[in-house]
Design a protein around this ligand. Structure first.
Ligand SMILES: CC(C)(COP(=O)(O)OP(=O)(O)OC[C@H]1O[C@@H](n2cnc3c(N)ncnc32)[C@H](O)[C@@H]1OP(=O)(O)O)[C@@H](O)C(=O)NCCC(=O)NCCSC(=O)C[C@@](O)(CC(=O)O)C(=O)O
Ligand SMILES: [Mg+2]
Length: 306
């Protein structure tokens, strides 16, 4: 069984704020994105990257995935950001404004050069491209496939709406097509899809509604700006007891069907066949990753034994 790495919550932490950085070890998010880009004012770009390097050097017992959002590669800070932070071995780089596959390939090449210089395994540093413009959305399938390092696509709704010169609303109609294309691109490439931030940190019900929506669309996680948002998003992504119970019934039903020599069976009046079983196994793998069940989930249930 392939284990599922949960990335439900990636919390942004501004790289120029020592008081916020120091709490990273205690946050319950699946990962953090230490930001050197938009959260850090121009006057603090240099101080910010030095602070982040010091913080990472001291954070020996890493207990969550650490990504660094560098400044765009074509800005005057991007390469300096990489030079400063990579020796402290973050897990990967979140690349903002990833509008083309070429810019991601350029980062891939730079990461290889740094890995050679540092004498570490080639491919160690991962890439999370941020799709945050119309060009990025259109190119998202090429971006998802252009490097082995790309483990997910992230959507950035704030810059996306700014680039389209439109307002971002809480109902999100204006984001629907872009979100869907980012999800299609990521899923077609077999990688995860991470939704944008929800900026109103006081509106927990709004956050819950948006998270329920983006989960239904197919995102596997969400970027966050405030630690108080973590719990709500984890609650939404956790499979519900009824879903787990139904998934267990589906698996039992299909095993019975197979024993009878058929690939389809009725459960509570509804047809159960391979796609239903596939979804059930997904629920069970997610439940296992949430420690809600401890059984082994066997992909052979879908495909049968040879
Ligand atoms: C939003 C707000 C100002 C609210 O402040 P408030 O003061 O009202 O928050 P409170 O809840 O009162 O804070 C209670 C306690 O938690 C501490 N605390 C709060 N937030 C913390 C945190 N993030 N990390 C650690 N600690 C934290 C705080 O220091 C305090 O600690 P203490 O004083 O000790 O009690 C604050 O959260 C914040 O700055 N967030 C990060 C903002 C940021 O990184 N933006 C850039 C990334 S997005 C982007 O670029 C969009 C995107 O590019 C990409 C995309 O979408 O993916 C696109 O284009 O879309
Ligand atoms: Mg942005």
């Amino acid at each position: 069984m392939s284990a599922l790495q949960l990335r439900r919550t990636l919390l942004y932490v501004p790289g120029n704020m020592p008081s916020m950085l120091q709490n990273i070890p205690i946050f319950q998010s699946d990962g953090v994105i230490i930001d050197l880009e938009d959260a850090v004012p121009l006057s603090e770009k240099d101080a910010g990257r030095i602070l982040v390097r010091r913080f990472l050097d001291a954070y020996a017992q890493r207990n969550k995935e650490i990504l660094i959002r560098i400044n765009p590669l074509d800005s005057k800070w991007g390469i300096e950001d990489l030079r400063a932070v990579l020796p402290a071995l973050p897990d990967g780089i979140r690349l903002p404004k990833a509008d083309t596959p070429e810019i991601v390939e350029r980062l891939d090449t730079l990461l290889t050069e740094f890995e050679e210089e540092l004498g570490i395994e080639i491919g160690r540093f991962k890439i999370l491209p941020s799709i945050e413009s119309a060009a990025g959305v259109i190119n998202s399938i090429k971006i998802a496939r252009c490097s082995q390092r790309v483990f997910a696509l992230a959507f950035g709704a704030e810059d996306y709406t700014a680039s389209l010169e439109i307002e971002r609303t809480k109902t999100g109609e204006e984001l629907f097509h872009a979100r869907t294309r980012v999800i299609w691109a990521a899923r077609a490439a077999g990688i995860q899809a991470i939704d944008s931030i929800f900026a109103d940190v006081g509106d927990m019900e709004g956050l819950r509604r948006e998270t329920e929506l983006i989960k239904r669309l197919g995102f596997t996680g969400k970027s966050l700006v405030n630690p108080r948002q973590i719990e709500v998003v984890h609650e939404v992504f956790a499979p519900k007891r009824e879903e787990i119970d139904y998934a267990l019934q589906v698996v039992e039903a299909i095993q019975k069907a197979r024993a009878m020599g058929t690939g389809v069976i009725s459960l509570g009046g509804k047809m159960v066949d391979a796609p239903v079983v596939k979804r059930a196994l997904r629920v069970l793998k997610t439940a296992r990753a949430h420690h809600l069940i401890d059984m082994d989930i066997d992909d052979e249930v879908i495909y049968g034994q040879e």
